[in-house]
Design a protein around this ligand. Structure first.
Ligand code: ADP
Length: 403
């Protein structure tokens, strides 16, 4: 029955030194528990657990992923994990072969390990999280949900780089795309809001958080996206540069006497809004600085908006027409000003802001923010944890039973 509750799912997002977790009902999206473990694997590990209005903090003696998982599962309902139907993991990269959410067995775990080279910072943490659950609650089923999976439908002309073919053939150097769970979720919500079948819609979804990407969704499938082999390609982000001339790497490496790895690290961690503004990686902070007269902060915002608008226009190429532009992520949901600037830059695509609706809609309420008669622009709050919980529940549901 729609809206009735289901057995909760534990959703884990294991990073290199943190674990974000939530226990939620895959039907209603209601959270029983949310929390964050920080400094995982270092001295001073701290697990913060929120249950309704109550927040508690634990410092597990064992600060490994396993120790943290013991705290998390203990807070749910007994160490065996009997309080949850299973665990859903956000896994950053599925490589070319893991193209859909999947129950984790030995073969899948080994396939995830095999893509480590494509995401060397993230995959080891994702694997450590899966192994920790296995060790703490061996009978608890686990599901992996891949950030790249939604983009497996990209055609070769969208995913191939114009580089020597052997780089692709022998090393898998191609565009993969990320934020897939979010793009998938908001495109389905957009169809619902528009009251039209997703299979008939041509959408551009813009996920704008600390990481930013935009995707062309045609008839429900991703046909192009701004991120590539790694999440560095495409839009300007909090600390990431997005697109640069590849020639910049050699130029800067020589000038600053750095190796390529060092330059790429700077492009990942000291660029984007932070690099341009010199103020912060945080969009809101940069906006405040611009409001206080900082020229560099104002320029950072101009570059951010210009590059985003240019990318949205480019994504209309594989769509042929634009039925709706969808804003999501912390910036897309919260900044009416950003949405206004983008719509203004894209007037030639028929977008025109409805100022009252744009001020009203946001993180709390999805809705249309462009005037009636113009091309549709929507705000849709994303919920990646809910997608992971739903995929997990669906894969673990006994065959023949309805969702
Ligand atoms: P993550 O990608 O880490 O999940 P979020 O989706 O929460 O991050 O997005 C974080 C970004 O959202 C930050 O740049 C932050 O400044 C921005 N943001 C949050 N609230 C607002 C707001 N009210 N106005 C403008 N930007 C905001």
């Amino acid at each position: 029955m729609a809206g009735s509750s289901a057995r909760p799912v534990l959703v884990l997002n294991c990073g290199s030194s943190s674990v974000k977790f939530a226990v939620l009902d895959p039907k209603t999206g209601q959270r029983a528990v949310t929390g964050l473990a920080e400094r995982v694997g270092s001295p001073g590990t701290e697990v913060t657990i929120r249950r309704g209005d109550e927040t508690s903090t634990e410092q597990p003696q064992d600060g490994s992923y396993e120790g943290v998982l013991r705290s998390v599962l203990g807070s749910v309902d007994g160490l065996d994990g009997s309080g949850v139907a299973g665990v859903g993991h956000r896994v950053v990269h599925g490589g070319p072969d893991l193209t859909t959410s999947v129950v984790v067995d030995d073969e899948v775990l080994s396939a995830i390990r095999d893509v480590t080279d494509l995401a060397p910072l993230h995959i080891p943490a994702n694997v450590a999280g899966i192994e920790a659950v296995r060790s703490v609650a061996p009978d608890l089923p686990q599901v992996a949900v891949f950030d790249t999976a939604f983009h497996h439908t990209l055609p070769p002309h969208a995913y191939r780089y114009a580089v020597p073919a052997s780089w692709y053939d022998e090393h898998g150097a191609r565009r993969y795309g990320f934020h897939g769970t979010s793009h998938r979720y908001v495109s389905a919500c957009a169809a619902e809001l528009l009251g039209r079948p997703l299979e008939s819609l041509r959408l551009v979804t813009a996920h704008l958080g600390n990481g930013c990407s935009a995707t062309a969704v045609r008839d429900g499938v991703s046909v192009d996206t701004t991120m590539g082999l790694t999440p560095l390609e495409g839009l300007v982000m909090g600390t990431r540069s997005g697109d640069v001339d590849p020639g910049l790497l050699g130029y800067v490496a020589e000038r600053l006497d750095m190796d390529v790895r060092g330059v790429v690290d700077e492009l990942n961690t000291r660029s984007g809004l932070l690099g341009l503004s010199g103020v912060s990686h945080d969009f809101r902070t940069v906006s405040e600085a611009a409001g206080d007269g900082s020229r560099s902060a104002a320029l950072a915002l101009e570059v951010f908006v210009y590059r985003l608008a240019k990318a949205v226009a480019a994504l209309v190429v594989p769509l042929g027409r634009l039925d709706a532009l969808v804003f999501t992520g912390g910036i897309g949901e919260n900044s009416a000003e950003l949405r206004r600037s983008v719509m203004t830059s894209l007037g030639h695509l028929g977008l025109a802001e409805d100022a009252a609706a744009n001020a009203d809609h946001g993180r709390e309420t999805a809705g249309r923010v462009s005037v009636s008669g113009s091309t549709v622009a929507l705000v849709v709050p994303t919920d990646e944890e809910l997608v992971i919980a739903r995929d997990t529940e669906a894969l673990l549901r006994p065959a023949g039973t309805a969702g």
